[in-house]
Design a binder for this molecule. Structure first.
Ligand SMILES: [Zn+2]
Length: 595
Protein backbone atom coordinates (compact mmCIF):
# COMPACT_ATOMS: atom_id res chain seq x y z
CA UNK A 1 0.00 0.00 0.00
CA UNK A 2 2.41 2.63 -1.18
CA UNK A 3 0.81 6.04 -0.91
CA UNK A 4 3.26 8.23 -2.80
CA UNK A 5 3.78 5.74 -5.59
CA UNK A 6 0.05 5.66 -6.25
CA UNK A 7 -0.15 9.41 -6.59
CA UNK A 8 2.86 9.68 -8.87
CA UNK A 9 1.91 6.81 -11.16
CA UNK A 10 -1.74 7.45 -11.55
CA UNK A 11 -1.93 9.76 -14.62
CA UNK A 12 0.32 7.50 -16.64
CA UNK A 13 -1.53 4.43 -15.53
CA UNK A 14 -4.90 5.86 -16.45
CA UNK A 15 -3.54 6.95 -19.83
CA UNK A 16 -2.55 3.36 -20.48
CA UNK A 17 -5.99 2.12 -19.56
CA UNK A 18 -7.67 4.84 -21.63
CA UNK A 19 -5.57 4.14 -24.73
CA UNK A 20 -6.12 0.44 -24.39
CA UNK A 21 -9.88 0.88 -24.03
CA UNK A 22 -10.01 3.15 -27.06
CA UNK A 23 -8.17 0.55 -29.12
CA UNK A 24 -10.56 -2.12 -27.88
CA UNK A 25 -13.63 -0.15 -28.80
CA UNK A 26 -12.27 0.65 -32.24
CA UNK A 27 -11.54 -3.01 -32.81
CA UNK A 28 -15.02 -3.98 -31.69
CA UNK A 29 -17.22 -1.28 -33.15
CA UNK A 30 -15.12 0.41 -35.84
CA UNK A 31 -14.58 4.17 -36.35
CA UNK A 32 -18.28 5.06 -36.26
CA UNK A 33 -18.42 4.71 -32.54
CA UNK A 34 -15.36 6.81 -31.83
CA UNK A 35 -17.13 10.19 -31.56
CA UNK A 36 -19.04 8.96 -28.59
CA UNK A 37 -15.96 7.15 -27.39
CA UNK A 38 -13.89 10.36 -27.41
CA UNK A 39 -16.49 12.06 -25.21
CA UNK A 40 -16.47 9.13 -22.85
CA UNK A 41 -12.69 9.10 -22.63
CA UNK A 42 -12.63 12.79 -21.85
CA UNK A 43 -14.86 11.94 -18.89
CA UNK A 44 -12.39 9.24 -17.89
CA UNK A 45 -9.73 11.93 -18.16
CA UNK A 46 -11.68 14.11 -15.74
CA UNK A 47 -11.86 11.26 -13.27
CA UNK A 48 -8.12 10.73 -13.70
CA UNK A 49 -7.27 14.24 -12.54
CA UNK A 50 -9.39 13.85 -9.45
CA UNK A 51 -7.20 11.01 -8.28
CA UNK A 52 -8.12 7.48 -7.26
CA UNK A 53 -11.08 6.71 -5.06
CA UNK A 54 -8.88 5.25 -2.40
CA UNK A 55 -5.18 6.04 -2.55
CA UNK A 56 -4.39 4.06 0.53
CA UNK A 57 -5.96 0.90 -0.76
CA UNK A 58 -5.39 1.05 -4.46
CA UNK A 59 -3.32 -1.86 -5.55
CA UNK A 60 -1.16 -0.41 -8.27
CA UNK A 61 0.45 -3.68 -9.20
CA UNK A 62 -2.95 -5.16 -9.97
CA UNK A 63 -4.06 -2.16 -11.98
CA UNK A 64 -0.88 -2.17 -14.00
CA UNK A 65 -1.40 -5.81 -14.78
CA UNK A 66 -4.99 -5.04 -15.77
CA UNK A 67 -3.84 -2.27 -18.08
CA UNK A 68 -1.31 -4.50 -19.82
CA UNK A 69 -3.51 -7.53 -20.22
CA UNK A 70 -4.75 -8.14 -23.75
CA UNK A 71 -8.33 -6.91 -24.15
CA UNK A 72 -9.11 -9.03 -27.12
CA UNK A 73 -12.49 -10.43 -26.19
CA UNK A 74 -15.70 -8.49 -26.38
CA UNK A 75 -16.61 -9.29 -22.78
CA UNK A 76 -13.30 -8.12 -21.44
CA UNK A 77 -13.79 -4.76 -23.13
CA UNK A 78 -17.31 -4.51 -21.82
CA UNK A 79 -16.09 -5.29 -18.34
CA UNK A 80 -13.80 -2.26 -18.29
CA UNK A 81 -16.43 -0.12 -19.90
CA UNK A 82 -19.02 -1.19 -17.38
CA UNK A 83 -16.67 -0.30 -14.60
CA UNK A 84 -16.11 3.23 -15.83
CA UNK A 85 -19.81 3.62 -16.49
CA UNK A 86 -20.77 2.79 -12.94
CA UNK A 87 -18.02 4.94 -11.52
CA UNK A 88 -19.43 7.85 -13.46
CA UNK A 89 -23.02 7.02 -12.73
CA UNK A 90 -22.65 6.92 -8.98
CA UNK A 91 -19.69 9.13 -8.27
CA UNK A 92 -19.82 11.76 -10.96
CA UNK A 93 -22.59 14.18 -10.06
CA UNK A 94 -23.70 17.01 -12.32
CA UNK A 95 -21.63 20.16 -11.82
CA UNK A 96 -24.44 22.06 -10.06
CA UNK A 97 -24.89 19.27 -7.57
CA UNK A 98 -21.15 19.08 -6.95
CA UNK A 99 -21.04 22.77 -6.13
CA UNK A 100 -23.94 22.33 -3.71
CA UNK A 101 -22.09 19.53 -1.94
CA UNK A 102 -18.89 21.58 -1.74
CA UNK A 103 -20.78 24.57 -0.35
CA UNK A 104 -22.48 22.32 2.19
CA UNK A 105 -19.18 20.79 3.27
CA UNK A 106 -17.62 24.22 3.60
CA UNK A 107 -20.53 25.48 5.69
CA UNK A 108 -20.51 22.45 7.99
CA UNK A 109 -16.79 22.87 8.58
CA UNK A 110 -17.34 26.59 9.25
CA UNK A 111 -19.97 25.93 11.90
CA UNK A 112 -18.00 23.19 13.54
CA UNK A 113 -20.42 20.41 12.60
CA UNK A 114 -17.51 17.97 12.53
CA UNK A 115 -17.91 17.73 16.25
CA UNK A 116 -17.70 13.99 16.63
CA UNK A 117 -14.95 11.87 18.06
CA UNK A 118 -13.23 9.57 15.54
CA UNK A 119 -15.37 6.73 14.24
CA UNK A 120 -14.01 3.22 14.83
CA UNK A 121 -15.34 -0.05 13.41
CA UNK A 122 -14.10 -3.56 14.02
CA UNK A 123 -12.77 -4.70 10.66
CA UNK A 124 -12.81 -8.48 10.21
CA UNK A 125 -10.22 -8.00 7.46
CA UNK A 126 -7.57 -6.68 9.88
CA UNK A 127 -9.09 -8.38 12.94
CA UNK A 128 -8.97 -5.11 14.89
CA UNK A 129 -10.82 -1.87 15.46
CA UNK A 130 -9.82 0.63 12.79
CA UNK A 131 -10.69 4.26 12.31
CA UNK A 132 -13.19 4.73 9.53
CA UNK A 133 -12.47 7.60 7.19
CA UNK A 134 -13.36 8.11 3.59
CA UNK A 135 -10.60 8.58 1.02
CA UNK A 136 -10.12 12.28 0.30
CA UNK A 137 -11.73 12.26 -3.13
CA UNK A 138 -14.71 10.07 -2.29
CA UNK A 139 -18.04 11.73 -1.71
CA UNK A 140 -20.09 8.95 -0.21
CA UNK A 141 -19.69 5.69 1.63
CA UNK A 142 -20.50 2.68 -0.53
CA UNK A 143 -21.96 -0.10 1.59
CA UNK A 144 -23.15 -3.55 0.56
CA UNK A 145 -25.13 -5.81 2.90
CA UNK A 146 -25.51 -9.48 2.04
CA UNK A 147 -29.24 -9.85 1.65
CA UNK A 148 -31.88 -12.52 2.13
CA UNK A 149 -32.67 -15.59 0.05
CA UNK A 150 -36.34 -14.94 -0.60
CA UNK A 151 -37.78 -18.47 -0.65
CA UNK A 152 -39.57 -17.94 2.66
CA UNK A 153 -40.24 -15.33 5.36
CA UNK A 154 -37.09 -14.05 7.08
CA UNK A 155 -36.92 -14.83 10.80
CA UNK A 156 -35.76 -12.35 13.43
CA UNK A 157 -32.22 -13.76 13.30
CA UNK A 158 -32.02 -12.85 9.61
CA UNK A 159 -33.62 -9.44 10.23
CA UNK A 160 -31.09 -8.57 12.94
CA UNK A 161 -28.38 -8.32 10.24
CA UNK A 162 -30.27 -5.46 8.60
CA UNK A 163 -30.92 -3.58 11.85
CA UNK A 164 -27.15 -3.83 12.31
CA UNK A 165 -26.56 -2.45 8.79
CA UNK A 166 -29.06 0.32 9.52
CA UNK A 167 -27.15 1.32 12.67
CA UNK A 168 -23.95 1.51 10.59
CA UNK A 169 -25.70 3.69 8.03
CA UNK A 170 -27.16 5.97 10.70
CA UNK A 171 -23.85 6.26 12.54
CA UNK A 172 -22.15 7.25 9.28
CA UNK A 173 -24.79 9.87 8.51
CA UNK A 174 -24.57 11.14 12.10
CA UNK A 175 -20.84 11.60 11.41
CA UNK A 176 -21.72 13.67 8.32
CA UNK A 177 -21.10 11.01 5.67
CA UNK A 178 -23.40 10.36 2.76
CA UNK A 179 -24.15 6.68 2.24
CA UNK A 180 -25.11 4.61 -0.77
CA UNK A 181 -26.50 1.32 0.53
CA UNK A 182 -27.28 -1.86 -1.38
CA UNK A 183 -28.98 -5.01 -0.05
CA UNK A 184 -29.08 -7.79 -2.61
CA UNK A 185 -32.10 -10.04 -3.00
CA UNK A 186 -31.08 -13.64 -3.69
CA UNK A 187 -33.85 -15.05 -5.84
CA UNK A 188 -31.75 -17.74 -7.50
CA UNK A 189 -28.83 -20.05 -6.88
CA UNK A 190 -28.44 -20.24 -3.10
CA UNK A 191 -28.08 -23.90 -2.21
CA UNK A 192 -29.25 -25.20 1.16
CA UNK A 193 -25.59 -25.59 2.10
CA UNK A 194 -23.37 -22.55 1.57
CA UNK A 195 -20.71 -24.91 0.19
CA UNK A 196 -22.38 -25.72 -3.16
CA UNK A 197 -24.17 -28.77 -1.93
CA UNK A 198 -27.77 -29.66 -1.32
CA UNK A 199 -30.82 -28.29 -2.99
CA UNK A 200 -31.43 -24.86 -4.50
CA UNK A 201 -33.39 -22.94 -1.87
CA UNK A 202 -35.73 -21.33 -4.40
CA UNK A 203 -36.61 -24.75 -5.87
CA UNK A 204 -37.28 -25.94 -2.35
CA UNK A 205 -39.63 -22.98 -1.83
CA UNK A 206 -41.51 -23.78 -5.06
CA UNK A 207 -41.98 -27.41 -4.07
CA UNK A 208 -43.16 -26.44 -0.59
CA UNK A 209 -45.87 -24.26 -2.12
CA UNK A 210 -46.85 -26.90 -4.69
CA UNK A 211 -45.70 -24.80 -7.65
CA UNK A 212 -44.19 -26.06 -10.86
CA UNK A 213 -40.45 -25.44 -11.31
CA UNK A 214 -40.49 -22.53 -13.76
CA UNK A 215 -38.63 -19.23 -13.79
CA UNK A 216 -41.94 -17.38 -13.77
CA UNK A 217 -43.13 -19.15 -10.61
CA UNK A 218 -39.73 -18.57 -9.06
CA UNK A 219 -40.05 -14.87 -9.78
CA UNK A 220 -43.58 -14.71 -8.29
CA UNK A 221 -42.47 -16.56 -5.15
CA UNK A 222 -39.39 -14.36 -4.77
CA UNK A 223 -41.36 -11.13 -5.15
CA UNK A 224 -43.90 -12.19 -2.55
CA UNK A 225 -41.23 -12.85 0.07
CA UNK A 226 -39.22 -9.79 -0.98
CA UNK A 227 -42.23 -7.58 -0.24
CA UNK A 228 -42.70 -9.21 3.18
CA UNK A 229 -38.98 -8.68 3.88
CA UNK A 230 -39.10 -4.99 2.91
CA UNK A 231 -42.28 -4.45 4.96
CA UNK A 232 -40.56 -6.05 7.99
CA UNK A 233 -37.58 -3.71 7.57
CA UNK A 234 -39.95 -0.74 7.53
CA UNK A 235 -41.62 -1.94 10.74
CA UNK A 236 -38.15 -1.91 12.30
CA UNK A 237 -37.79 1.75 11.25
CA UNK A 238 -35.34 1.07 8.43
CA UNK A 239 -35.64 3.63 5.67
CA UNK A 240 -35.99 1.35 2.65
CA UNK A 241 -36.55 4.29 0.29
CA UNK A 242 -32.84 4.99 0.39
CA UNK A 243 -31.68 1.42 -0.14
CA UNK A 244 -31.21 -0.29 -3.51
CA UNK A 245 -32.46 -3.90 -3.60
CA UNK A 246 -31.01 -5.53 -6.75
CA UNK A 247 -32.47 -8.94 -7.63
CA UNK A 248 -29.89 -11.58 -8.58
CA UNK A 249 -32.11 -12.90 -11.41
CA UNK A 250 -31.96 -9.49 -13.11
CA UNK A 251 -28.15 -9.50 -13.18
CA UNK A 252 -27.61 -12.80 -14.98
CA UNK A 253 -25.63 -11.25 -17.91
CA UNK A 254 -23.33 -9.45 -15.44
CA UNK A 255 -22.73 -12.73 -13.61
CA UNK A 256 -22.06 -14.64 -16.83
CA UNK A 257 -19.64 -11.89 -17.89
CA UNK A 258 -17.74 -12.16 -14.63
CA UNK A 259 -17.50 -15.96 -14.87
CA UNK A 260 -16.20 -15.60 -18.44
CA UNK A 261 -13.57 -13.11 -17.28
CA UNK A 262 -12.48 -15.56 -14.58
CA UNK A 263 -12.35 -18.31 -17.18
CA UNK A 264 -10.24 -16.20 -19.54
CA UNK A 265 -7.84 -15.30 -16.75
CA UNK A 266 -7.44 -18.96 -15.86
CA UNK A 267 -9.27 -18.89 -12.54
CA UNK A 268 -12.20 -21.10 -13.57
CA UNK A 269 -12.56 -24.68 -14.81
CA UNK A 270 -15.33 -26.96 -15.91
CA UNK A 271 -16.32 -29.85 -13.65
CA UNK A 272 -19.04 -32.47 -13.80
CA UNK A 273 -21.85 -30.30 -12.45
CA UNK A 274 -20.70 -26.77 -13.16
CA UNK A 275 -17.98 -24.19 -13.61
CA UNK A 276 -15.77 -23.88 -10.55
CA UNK A 277 -13.38 -21.27 -9.16
CA UNK A 278 -9.87 -22.62 -8.69
CA UNK A 279 -8.86 -21.38 -5.24
CA UNK A 280 -5.27 -22.59 -5.68
CA UNK A 281 -4.86 -19.73 -8.21
CA UNK A 282 -5.67 -17.10 -5.54
CA UNK A 283 -2.70 -16.95 -3.15
CA UNK A 284 -4.51 -14.92 -0.49
CA UNK A 285 -7.60 -17.12 -0.54
CA UNK A 286 -9.27 -17.26 2.88
CA UNK A 287 -7.93 -13.88 4.02
CA UNK A 288 -10.97 -13.20 6.23
CA UNK A 289 -10.23 -16.36 8.20
CA UNK A 290 -12.71 -18.85 9.60
CA UNK A 291 -11.76 -21.63 7.18
CA UNK A 292 -11.27 -25.01 8.67
CA UNK A 293 -9.15 -26.63 5.98
CA UNK A 294 -8.81 -29.97 7.75
CA UNK A 295 -12.52 -30.16 8.47
CA UNK A 296 -13.32 -29.23 4.89
CA UNK A 297 -10.97 -31.90 3.61
CA UNK A 298 -13.00 -34.58 5.38
CA UNK A 299 -16.25 -33.02 4.27
CA UNK A 300 -15.16 -32.61 0.68
CA UNK A 301 -14.03 -36.23 0.37
CA UNK A 302 -17.43 -37.45 1.39
CA UNK A 303 -19.67 -34.98 -0.39
CA UNK A 304 -18.02 -33.92 -3.60
CA UNK A 305 -15.91 -36.86 -4.62
CA UNK A 306 -13.62 -36.03 -7.50
CA UNK A 307 -15.66 -33.07 -8.83
CA UNK A 308 -13.46 -30.30 -7.50
CA UNK A 309 -9.75 -29.79 -8.06
CA UNK A 310 -9.27 -28.30 -4.60
CA UNK A 311 -11.27 -28.71 -1.46
CA UNK A 312 -12.11 -25.04 -1.16
CA UNK A 313 -13.09 -24.54 -4.84
CA UNK A 314 -16.64 -23.29 -5.29
CA UNK A 315 -19.27 -23.17 -8.03
CA UNK A 316 -19.51 -20.14 -10.28
CA UNK A 317 -22.18 -21.65 -12.53
CA UNK A 318 -24.27 -24.75 -11.92
CA UNK A 319 -25.59 -26.82 -14.81
CA UNK A 320 -29.32 -27.46 -14.62
CA UNK A 321 -31.55 -28.83 -17.39
CA UNK A 322 -34.81 -28.10 -15.58
CA UNK A 323 -34.44 -24.52 -14.47
CA UNK A 324 -32.23 -21.65 -15.44
CA UNK A 325 -30.79 -19.46 -18.15
CA UNK A 326 -28.79 -20.09 -21.30
CA UNK A 327 -25.10 -19.47 -20.93
CA UNK A 328 -21.84 -20.22 -22.81
CA UNK A 329 -21.75 -23.44 -20.73
CA UNK A 330 -25.34 -24.50 -21.34
CA UNK A 331 -28.48 -24.05 -19.30
CA UNK A 332 -28.12 -23.47 -15.58
CA UNK A 333 -27.88 -20.82 -12.92
CA UNK A 334 -25.14 -18.80 -11.24
CA UNK A 335 -23.56 -19.77 -7.95
CA UNK A 336 -24.62 -17.81 -4.90
CA UNK A 337 -21.23 -16.16 -4.36
CA UNK A 338 -20.81 -14.77 -7.88
CA UNK A 339 -24.13 -13.01 -7.50
CA UNK A 340 -22.78 -10.72 -4.79
CA UNK A 341 -19.52 -10.04 -6.63
CA UNK A 342 -21.30 -9.16 -9.88
CA UNK A 343 -23.92 -6.98 -8.20
CA UNK A 344 -21.39 -5.12 -6.08
CA UNK A 345 -19.51 -4.24 -9.25
CA UNK A 346 -22.70 -3.32 -11.08
CA UNK A 347 -24.26 -1.14 -8.38
CA UNK A 348 -21.32 0.25 -6.38
CA UNK A 349 -18.13 -0.26 -8.38
CA UNK A 350 -14.95 -2.33 -8.22
CA UNK A 351 -14.17 -1.38 -4.64
CA UNK A 352 -16.49 -0.54 -1.79
CA UNK A 353 -16.04 0.89 1.70
CA UNK A 354 -18.09 -1.44 3.88
CA UNK A 355 -19.38 -4.97 3.35
CA UNK A 356 -21.55 -6.59 6.00
CA UNK A 357 -23.10 -9.93 6.78
CA UNK A 358 -23.62 -12.43 9.56
CA UNK A 359 -20.59 -14.17 11.08
CA UNK A 360 -21.73 -17.35 9.31
CA UNK A 361 -20.80 -15.66 6.01
CA UNK A 362 -17.13 -15.12 6.86
CA UNK A 363 -15.57 -18.50 6.17
CA UNK A 364 -17.13 -19.48 2.87
CA UNK A 365 -19.32 -16.83 1.26
CA UNK A 366 -17.23 -13.76 1.96
CA UNK A 367 -13.87 -15.41 1.36
CA UNK A 368 -15.27 -16.60 -1.98
CA UNK A 369 -16.64 -13.16 -2.87
CA UNK A 370 -13.21 -11.66 -2.20
CA UNK A 371 -11.37 -14.29 -4.24
CA UNK A 372 -13.51 -14.01 -7.36
CA UNK A 373 -14.00 -10.20 -7.31
CA UNK A 374 -10.32 -9.47 -6.84
CA UNK A 375 -9.36 -12.02 -9.48
CA UNK A 376 -11.87 -10.75 -12.04
CA UNK A 377 -11.56 -7.02 -11.43
CA UNK A 378 -7.96 -6.63 -10.23
CA UNK A 379 -8.80 -4.34 -7.32
CA UNK A 380 -7.77 -5.07 -3.73
CA UNK A 381 -9.33 -5.14 -1.27
CA UNK A 382 -12.85 -5.66 -2.60
CA UNK A 383 -14.12 -3.88 0.51
CA UNK A 384 -12.05 -1.69 2.82
CA UNK A 385 -14.10 -2.74 5.86
CA UNK A 386 -15.77 -6.09 6.54
CA UNK A 387 -18.24 -6.06 9.41
CA UNK A 388 -20.10 -9.05 10.80
CA UNK A 389 -22.96 -9.47 13.20
CA UNK A 390 -23.00 -12.22 15.82
CA UNK A 391 -25.87 -14.73 15.96
CA UNK A 392 -29.19 -14.27 17.68
CA UNK A 393 -29.89 -17.12 20.04
CA UNK A 394 -33.39 -18.21 20.88
CA UNK A 395 -34.00 -19.00 24.56
CA UNK A 396 -30.29 -19.90 24.78
CA UNK A 397 -30.35 -22.26 21.76
CA UNK A 398 -29.48 -21.89 18.10
CA UNK A 399 -32.08 -20.15 15.95
CA UNK A 400 -32.46 -22.29 12.85
CA UNK A 401 -35.32 -22.69 10.45
CA UNK A 402 -34.21 -26.22 9.63
CA UNK A 403 -34.80 -27.16 13.26
CA UNK A 404 -38.10 -25.29 13.52
CA UNK A 405 -36.57 -23.11 16.21
CA UNK A 406 -37.46 -19.68 14.88
CA UNK A 407 -39.44 -16.54 15.68
CA UNK A 408 -40.78 -14.16 13.04
CA UNK A 409 -41.48 -10.46 13.41
CA UNK A 410 -45.16 -11.27 12.80
CA UNK A 411 -45.11 -13.53 15.92
CA UNK A 412 -43.79 -10.61 17.95
CA UNK A 413 -46.49 -8.28 16.66
CA UNK A 414 -49.27 -10.86 17.10
CA UNK A 415 -48.30 -11.22 20.75
CA UNK A 416 -48.98 -7.51 21.18
CA UNK A 417 -45.40 -6.22 21.15
CA UNK A 418 -44.31 -3.09 19.34
CA UNK A 419 -41.82 -4.10 16.59
CA UNK A 420 -39.40 -1.43 17.82
CA UNK A 421 -39.23 -3.30 21.14
CA UNK A 422 -37.34 -5.95 19.18
CA UNK A 423 -35.05 -3.25 17.78
CA UNK A 424 -34.47 -2.07 21.36
CA UNK A 425 -33.67 -5.64 22.46
CA UNK A 426 -31.09 -5.99 19.66
CA UNK A 427 -29.35 -2.79 20.75
CA UNK A 428 -29.05 -3.88 24.38
CA UNK A 429 -26.18 -6.20 23.35
CA UNK A 430 -23.13 -5.25 21.32
CA UNK A 431 -23.41 -6.49 17.75
CA UNK A 432 -20.31 -8.67 18.09
CA UNK A 433 -21.72 -10.60 21.04
CA UNK A 434 -24.63 -13.02 20.54
CA UNK A 435 -28.01 -11.62 21.59
CA UNK A 436 -30.27 -14.01 23.45
CA UNK A 437 -33.90 -13.65 22.48
CA UNK A 438 -36.39 -14.58 25.19
CA UNK A 439 -39.96 -13.34 25.55
CA UNK A 440 -39.10 -11.99 29.02
CA UNK A 441 -36.16 -10.04 27.57
CA UNK A 442 -38.49 -8.66 24.89
CA UNK A 443 -40.99 -7.60 27.57
CA UNK A 444 -38.22 -5.76 29.44
CA UNK A 445 -37.01 -4.17 26.19
CA UNK A 446 -40.55 -3.03 25.43
CA UNK A 447 -40.89 -1.39 28.86
CA UNK A 448 -37.61 0.49 28.33
CA UNK A 449 -38.56 1.52 24.80
CA UNK A 450 -41.94 2.85 25.97
CA UNK A 451 -40.43 4.64 28.97
CA UNK A 452 -37.88 6.34 26.75
CA UNK A 453 -40.72 7.41 24.50
CA UNK A 454 -42.72 8.62 27.48
CA UNK A 455 -39.78 10.69 28.68
CA UNK A 456 -39.50 12.39 25.29
CA UNK A 457 -43.28 12.96 25.18
CA UNK A 458 -43.29 14.50 28.65
CA UNK A 459 -41.71 17.67 27.27
CA UNK A 460 -42.77 19.24 24.01
CA UNK A 461 -39.67 21.43 23.54
CA UNK A 462 -36.06 20.46 23.15
CA UNK A 463 -33.22 22.43 24.67
CA UNK A 464 -29.64 21.74 23.69
CA UNK A 465 -27.88 18.50 24.54
CA UNK A 466 -25.65 18.82 27.64
CA UNK A 467 -22.18 18.91 26.10
CA UNK A 468 -20.40 16.54 28.48
CA UNK A 469 -23.11 13.90 28.16
CA UNK A 470 -23.39 14.28 24.42
CA UNK A 471 -19.65 13.78 24.12
CA UNK A 472 -19.80 10.58 26.18
CA UNK A 473 -22.67 9.20 24.07
CA UNK A 474 -20.82 10.04 20.85
CA UNK A 475 -17.68 8.33 22.07
CA UNK A 476 -19.72 5.25 22.87
CA UNK A 477 -21.49 5.03 19.52
CA UNK A 478 -18.34 5.89 17.58
CA UNK A 479 -16.47 3.16 19.43
CA UNK A 480 -17.58 0.32 17.14
CA UNK A 481 -21.29 1.06 17.68
CA UNK A 482 -21.49 0.48 21.43
CA UNK A 483 -25.28 0.73 21.60
CA UNK A 484 -25.66 -0.88 25.06
CA UNK A 485 -23.20 1.69 26.41
CA UNK A 486 -25.12 4.55 24.78
CA UNK A 487 -28.47 3.30 26.13
CA UNK A 488 -27.02 3.06 29.65
CA UNK A 489 -25.82 6.66 29.36
CA UNK A 490 -29.26 7.84 28.22
CA UNK A 491 -30.92 6.32 31.30
CA UNK A 492 -28.25 7.67 33.59
CA UNK A 493 -28.79 11.11 32.09
CA UNK A 494 -32.57 11.06 32.72
CA UNK A 495 -31.86 10.64 36.43
CA UNK A 496 -29.34 13.47 36.57
CA UNK A 497 -30.79 16.13 38.88
CA UNK A 498 -28.74 19.03 37.52
CA UNK A 499 -30.05 18.70 33.98
CA UNK A 500 -33.28 20.12 32.60
CA UNK A 501 -35.77 17.75 30.93
CA UNK A 502 -35.54 19.85 27.76
CA UNK A 503 -31.79 19.39 27.49
CA UNK A 504 -31.95 15.67 28.26
CA UNK A 505 -34.71 15.32 25.68
CA UNK A 506 -32.48 17.01 23.09
CA UNK A 507 -29.61 14.62 23.86
CA UNK A 508 -31.92 11.58 23.62
CA UNK A 509 -33.26 12.73 20.26
CA UNK A 510 -29.73 13.33 19.01
CA UNK A 511 -28.70 9.77 19.98
CA UNK A 512 -31.94 8.46 18.45
CA UNK A 513 -30.65 9.52 15.04
CA UNK A 514 -28.36 6.48 15.40
CA UNK A 515 -30.48 4.20 17.61
CA UNK A 516 -33.51 4.67 15.36
CA UNK A 517 -36.49 4.37 17.74
CA UNK A 518 -38.33 7.20 15.94
CA UNK A 519 -38.93 8.84 19.33
CA UNK A 520 -39.88 12.18 17.82
CA UNK A 521 -42.43 10.73 15.36
CA UNK A 522 -46.13 10.25 16.18
CA UNK A 523 -46.76 6.56 16.82
CA UNK A 524 -50.36 5.55 17.60
CA UNK A 525 -49.37 1.99 18.43
CA UNK A 526 -46.77 3.05 20.98
CA UNK A 527 -49.24 5.56 22.45
CA UNK A 528 -51.86 2.84 22.92
CA UNK A 529 -49.29 0.54 24.56
CA UNK A 530 -48.15 3.37 26.83
CA UNK A 531 -51.74 4.07 27.86
CA UNK A 532 -52.48 0.45 28.66
CA UNK A 533 -49.21 -0.01 30.53
CA UNK A 534 -48.86 3.26 32.42
CA UNK A 535 -52.10 5.21 31.89
CA UNK A 536 -52.20 8.80 30.67
CA UNK A 537 -50.09 11.70 31.81
CA UNK A 538 -51.95 14.07 34.16
CA UNK A 539 -51.17 17.63 35.17
CA UNK A 540 -50.76 18.42 38.89
CA UNK A 541 -53.77 20.77 38.74
CA UNK A 542 -56.03 17.90 37.64
CA UNK A 543 -55.03 15.59 40.48
CA UNK A 544 -57.42 15.21 43.47
CA UNK A 545 -56.20 16.77 46.74
CA UNK A 546 -55.84 13.46 48.63
CA UNK A 547 -53.64 12.06 45.87
CA UNK A 548 -51.60 15.26 45.74
CA UNK A 549 -51.03 15.01 49.51
CA UNK A 550 -49.65 11.47 49.08
CA UNK A 551 -47.36 12.59 46.22
CA UNK A 552 -46.03 15.48 48.32
CA UNK A 553 -45.50 13.14 51.29
CA UNK A 554 -43.54 10.75 49.06
CA UNK A 555 -41.36 13.59 47.75
CA UNK A 556 -40.65 14.65 51.34
CA UNK A 557 -39.74 11.05 52.28
CA UNK A 558 -37.39 10.85 49.29
CA UNK A 559 -35.69 14.09 50.31
CA UNK A 560 -35.14 12.65 53.78
CA UNK A 561 -33.86 9.48 52.10
CA UNK A 562 -36.55 7.49 53.84
CA UNK A 563 -36.83 5.07 50.92
CA UNK A 564 -38.98 2.56 52.73
CA UNK A 565 -41.70 5.08 53.43
CA UNK A 566 -41.40 6.53 49.91
CA UNK A 567 -41.91 3.06 48.41
CA UNK A 568 -44.91 2.41 50.64
CA UNK A 569 -46.54 5.63 49.44
CA UNK A 570 -45.76 4.76 45.82
CA UNK A 571 -47.53 1.39 46.22
CA UNK A 572 -50.50 3.15 47.78
CA UNK A 573 -50.67 5.54 44.83
CA UNK A 574 -50.45 2.63 42.37
CA UNK A 575 -53.48 1.00 44.01
CA UNK A 576 -55.38 4.19 43.30
CA UNK A 577 -54.28 4.02 39.62
CA UNK A 578 -51.46 6.60 39.79
CA UNK A 579 -47.90 5.87 38.75
CA UNK A 580 -44.94 8.19 39.05
CA UNK A 581 -41.86 8.72 36.96
CA UNK A 582 -39.19 10.69 38.78
CA UNK A 583 -37.41 13.30 36.70
CA UNK A 584 -35.08 16.17 37.48
CA UNK A 585 -38.14 18.49 37.31
CA UNK A 586 -40.07 16.46 39.92
CA UNK A 587 -42.36 13.48 39.45
CA UNK A 588 -44.44 13.04 36.30
CA UNK A 589 -47.81 11.54 37.16
CA UNK A 590 -49.76 8.99 35.12
CA UNK A 591 -53.34 7.91 35.69
CA UNK A 592 -54.58 4.48 34.78
CA UNK A 593 -58.14 3.24 35.18
CA UNK A 594 -58.33 0.85 38.12
CA UNK A 595 -60.78 -2.00 37.78
ZN1 LIG B 1 -23.09 -11.89 -0.30
Amino acid sequence: MSYSRNERDLPELTDNIGAQMQADRKKQYGDADLGHERQRLSRVDKIKHKGPHDKACQDVADDERLAKEPHDSRDRGRDSYQDTYFYEKFHEKPAMYRHDIMAFMWLTSLFGKKKHSPLFFYNTLGREKQEFTLPRQAREVRMYNCGPTVYDVQHIGNLSAFVFADIIRRALEWNNYMVKQVINITDVGHLTSDADEGEDKMSKGLRREGLELTLENMHTLAERYTQIFIADLQKLNIDTEHITFPRASRYIPAQIAMVRTLEEKGYAYKAEDGIYFDTSRAPSYGILGGLNFEGQKEHARIETGATKRNLTDFALWKFNDLLGWDSPWGKGFPGWHIECSAMINATLGRQIDIHTGGIEHIAVHHNNEIAQSEAALGKKPLSRFWMHRAHIRLEGGKMAKSEGNVVYLSDIIEKGFHPLSFRYLLLTAHYRTPTNFTWDALEAAQTSFLKLRRFVDSESHSGSPPRQWQKKIQECLNDDLDTPGALALLWEMTKEKDLSTRDVRAAILDADRVLGFALDKPDAEAEALLRSKFGVSVEMKDIPERVKTLIDAREAARKEKNWQHADKLRTELQKMGYSLEDTSDGPHVFKKDVL
